[in-house]
Design a protein around this ligand. Sequence first.
Ligand SMILES: [Zn+2]
Length: 230
Amino acid sequence: MIARFIVKPEEARAGNHAGTCGVCAQYTERGVHKDDVLQKTTSNVTVTFPGLTDTMCEYCLAMWDNGKPNKFNRALLATEGKLYFPLIAANPEIQSEERPTWGEALRALKPEEPRVCVLNLDFKKRVWPRAKISQGDALSILIHDNSRTFSDNIQCSLSRLLHTLDRLEEIYTLGFSKSAMETSLMGIQKQVKLVGFNVTMVLERELQELRQTPEFLPAIIVCQKRETVL
Ligand SMILES: [Zn+2]
């Protein structure tokens, strides 16, 4: 489903192998035989191509086999007809309309539009076949983050995610580290003194609530310090 949502029909190279696609489970008459695509050395084959069928559809083929490095293995966010490869941190050298920050891309989402979010932090891994299309306030994000040994779809609320992101970015901008925000703000004495004990306590209590929510993980990964006006 994901590939048909992301790849435009003109980008899909048609073959003449008919069958049910082993990646997306959709029937096609224009697919290819998997042996024409998968080399014996292809890593991750068993994870993403379970081998239940010997067909790969033309849409999955377009995402699977897209040169090296394969741009579809990066983090991506797709809405109908638009495809972005968002960045975690702002980077003027590579930022563009196609590459906003995750914060910008998530804030620009329109709830009524269907979308696919793949927050993949290991671009060597082909994780997109596991992503899901979501719509409305219910947001599905596939997160693959080796540093947290996390690789799964989370279901969260778009509005709560944006609220969490706002709050984390405010706290991050005060000078606390991401790891302090993930565990406890009270651990770094210097920062507690700088911000003030009472303020830190209030923020820590707020974070204790936020850490329990599904919105916390994507928000902590993508949050950025705000530019402070001196
Ligand atoms: Zn397919």
